[in-house]
Design a protein. Structure first.
Length: 249
């Protein structure tokens, strides 16, 4: 039953001079890193509020003698007793046709379900399928089994309409469909798999299938383009689309 509810690169600011981060100030920081023992100029760079602070040249050594295929972590820290707060965080790679370079100042906007969509196959925690969107709207934080929707039937789909976009959203670089799910095997359900669903232009588009365990886990489905148009999302496209979850098997 599906219920929806190391490698280390160190870049340090100099101790004095123009490029210094000051306390109690928000900055927009962009870091570009190439995972390789051999780099070209511009492959590793740092920008703060759109201004280039650091750019390694082609002769720089960036890692040790072994070339690694992945990055273990990103580490942010404050000097001595200082605390670093991170608001919005995004990571880009060079796959696909968009978002392959510095994006400039951006922000992440959270949209919550506001109505049922084209499919309401799941059963809500109130034992009906009337207002399913209300059971997955957790604006105050995910609340586990307090409110939820569930299904033990293959191919069941729940879709929801969402908030309108903020008025000052600007360009849309992508969306992240977040499903908070678990398998309720202890409640008598069958071990199931789930998948995110995006409905755009009247067609359902299914994301990658994921395994579901217990307790609740967050599953992310990032789309840099509208699957109906194969172009960048625009405000009208996001507001017309529906998002939800499917019982796959």
């Amino acid at each position: 039953m599906v219920s929806s509810s190391s490698n280390l690169l160190t870049v340090r600011s100099p101790d004095s001079g123009a490029n210094v981060l000051t306390t109690d100030t928000w900055y927009y920081i962009e870091v570009k890193v190439k995972k390789s023992n051999s780099i070209s100029a511009g492959d590793v760079s740092l920008r703060v509020d759109g201004v280039e602070w650091i750019e390694l040249d082609a002769a720089s050594d960036v890692i040790y003698s072994i070339e690694f295929a992945y990055t273990d972590c990103l580490l942010f820290w404050g000097y001595t007793s200082k605390i670093v707060y991170i608001d919005d965080l995004y990571v880009c790679d060079e796959t696909g046709a968009v978002n392959n370079t510095f994006l400039g100042p951006v922000k992440v906007a959270t949209l919550n379900p506001t109505d049922n969509g084209a499919s309401s196959d799941f059963t809500g925690s109130d034992a009906d399928s009337t207002d399913n969107y209300a059971h997955v709207y957790d604006s105050a934080g995910q609340n586990d089994d307090v409110t939820y929707v569930e299904s033990d039937t293959t191919d069941h789909i729940d879709l929801y309409d969402y908030d309108d976009m903020p008025a000052d959203i600007g360009d849309i670089h992508g969306i992240d469909v977040v499903s908070v799910v678990k398998n309720d095997v202890m409640g008598g359900g069958t071990v199931r798999q789930g998948a995110p669903i995006v409905r755009s232009g009247g067609t359902n588009y299914q994301g990658d299938t994921y395994n579901v365990g217990s307790p609740y886990v967050h599953k992310h489905h990032i789309l840099e383009e509208d699957p109906d148009t194969s172009t960048a999302w625009d405000e009208a496209g996001v507001e017309a689309a529906e998002f939800g979850v499917k019982v796959v098997a």
